[in-house]
Write a new protein. Structure first.
Length: 141
């Protein structure tokens, strides 16, 4: 290959290499979970700017912020899960709080959410919530 052909070849390849490296160097655009109520049978999630409160049958929890989603609408967040029981709560009773992982996806107005206890990997449940839906939770008796 002549020197002139090599230069021409390099001139053709350089823009391609630059476009590949510049697209890889772009930071991924993070989105945030929409605030407000998300609900379904047996679950209600109230999202604020920096955290979320979750309530489901015989349990409740919190999700720590920021409530960020990746470009595909996926999330993996940490928080707490608190088991509840029927009957009165005693004055000296401490909450049965455990660390939890809240994972899932959001597509449009629908959220798929899986709640897993962090210490034991026990899946508490998988839910399909709708934004603006009130949710219907049954308390323990």
């Amino acid at each position: 290959m002549s020197v002139q052909n090599r230069r021409l070849h390099l001139l053709m390849i350089i823009p391609i290499l630059l476009s590949v490296t510049s697209s890889e160097a772009k930071p991924r655009r993070m989105q945030h979970m929409q605030t407000g109520a998300w609900g379904a049978p047996h679950i209600r999630l109230d999202v604020s700017q920096s955290s979320a409160a979750i309530e489901y049958d015989c349990a409740r929890g919190t999700i720590n912020g920021p409530l960020a989603l990746d470009r595909r609408g996926r999330f993996s967040l940490t928080g707490t899960h608190i088991r509840e029981h029927g009957g009165p709560i005693r004055d000296n009773e401490s909450a049965n709080s455990q660390p939890a992982r809240y994972t899932g996806t959001i597509a449009g107005q629908t959220m798929n959410l899986t709640v897993t206890l962090a210490d034991t990997n026990e899946v508490i449940g998988t839910f399909r919530l709708e934004r603006g839906a009130p949710g219907r939770v049954f308390k323990c008796r």
